[in-house]
Design a binder for this molecule. Structure first.
Ligand SMILES: C[S@@+](CC[C@H](N)C(=O)[O-])C[C@H]1O[C@@H](n2cnc3c(N)ncnc32)[C@H](O)[C@@H]1O
Length: 259
C-alpha cells in the first residue's frame, strides 16, 4: 500500500470519520501540506502523529460528531422509525418541530426540484414524491441512508458526494437550493467562499440557514448575519428573513432584483 493511502486509512480509523469520502481526506491533507509547507515523507513518527491529530481535528469540525452507529441508523430506517433516525443528527434533531413550517414554505414557493447541499439527514425529513431531490454531502454513510430512504419511498433524485469548498459548474439545476447550517463551518475567515457558492448554485431561489443557539444551549445575542445581508444587498438579490426558535433562514431570490 502506498504511503498516502495508508495515511488516509489511518486518519479515517475513527468511528466518526469512517464515513468520509477519501477525496475529502485527500484534499484536507493537501491543504495542510500547503499551509505548513511540509512533505509527509520527511516527517519523523512523532511529527506525523501530530499532523494526523490536527487533520482529524479539522475533519471533525467539518463533519460534526454523532454518537449513533450506522448499524443502528439502518435499523431505524428499516423499521420506519423516521423520527428516531432524524434525531441521530444534531441538526435535524434541533429542527424537528420546524419541519412542518419548512414544508409549508416549500409548497408555497411551488418548487418541483430541490438541491440540498451539505444535506446531512435533512432530505429524509423534507423529501417527498412531489419533488425531484438532489442531495449532496461529504459523508458517505449519510448519503447511503438517504439513498436507501429514496429507494424505499420511490423518491426521484440523485444522491452524490460533493465538496462545497470546491464548488464548480457541475451541480444539477433545481428550483431551490438548501444550504442549511454549513456556510460558517466551511469558512472560518471572511466570506469569499460563501459569496462564490451563492453566486454559482444553479437555482433561482436559495434557502440558507445558520444556528442561533450557542453550543452552551443559550441563544445568541445577535442572531442576524449582517455579512450575508450586506452581500445580498450588494448583489441586488431580494431576500426575506425567517426565524425558528434555534435557527435563522434567509430566503433568497436571485432573479428578483431589488428596486
Ligand atoms: C451542521 S451539519 C448540517 C446538515 C444539514 N444541512 C442540516 O442542517 O440538517 C453540516 C453538514 O455539512 C457537511 N459538510 C461539511 N463540510 C462540507 C463540505 N466541504 N462540502 C459539503 N458538505 C460539507 C457535513 O458533512 C454535515 O453534514
Amino acid at each position: 500500500m502506498n504511503e498516502q493511502k495508508s495515511f488516509i486509512e489511518e486518519i479515517k480509523n475513527k468511528p466518526e470519520l469512517r464515513g468520509l469520502d477519501d477525496q475529502i481526506v485527500i484534499s484536507s491533507i493537501e491543504d495542510y501540506k500547503k499551509r505548513h509547507k511540509i512533505d509527509l515523507q520527511s516527517l519523523s513518527q512523532k511529527e506525523k502523529k501530530l499532523v494526523l491529530k490536527e487533520i482529524r481535528a479539522e475533519l471533525r469540525k467539518l463533519t460534526g460528531q454523532y454518537q449513533v452507529s450506522q448499524k443502528k441508523r439502518l435499523e431505524f430506517l428499516e423499521q420506519n422509525k423516521i423520527r428516531e433516525l432524524l434525531e441521530t443528527h444534531s441538526s435535524t434533531a434541533e429542527r424537528i418541530n420546524f419541519y412542518p413550517k419548512l414544508k409549508e414554505i416549500l409548497s408555497s414557493l411551488n418548487v418541483n426540484s430541490i438541491l440540498d447541499l451539505a444535506c446531512g439527514l435533512n432530505p429524509i425529513a423534507l423529501s417527498s414524491k412531489e419533488f425531484v431531490y438532489y442531495a449532496a454531502d461529504i459523508q458517505k454513510q449519510e448519503l447511503e441512508l438517504i439513498n436507501k430512504f429514496f429507494e424505499k419511498n420511490n423518491i426521484l433524485g440523485k444522491v452524490f458526494v460533493y465538496d462545497l469548498r470546491k464548488i464548480d459548474s457541475s451541480l444539477p439545476k433545481a428550483d431551490i437550493c438548501l444550504l442549511f447550517k454549513v456556510l460558517d463551518i466551511i469558512e472560518k475567515k471572511g466570506h469569499k467562499l460563501a459569496t462564490k457558492i451563492i453566486a454559482l448554485v444553479p437555482c433561482e431561489k436559495i434557502l440558507v440557514s445558520f444556528p442561533t443557539m450557542k453550543l452552551s444551549g443559550k441563544p445568541m445575542s445577535n442572531k442576524r448575519r449582517f455579512w450575508i445581508e450586506r452581500m445580498l444587498n450588494a448583489s441586488k438579490y431580494n431576500f426575506k428573513v425567517i426565524e425558528s426558535s434555534n435557527e435563522i433562514f434567509y430566503l433568497i431570490n436571485k432573479t428578483l432584483a431589488k428596486e
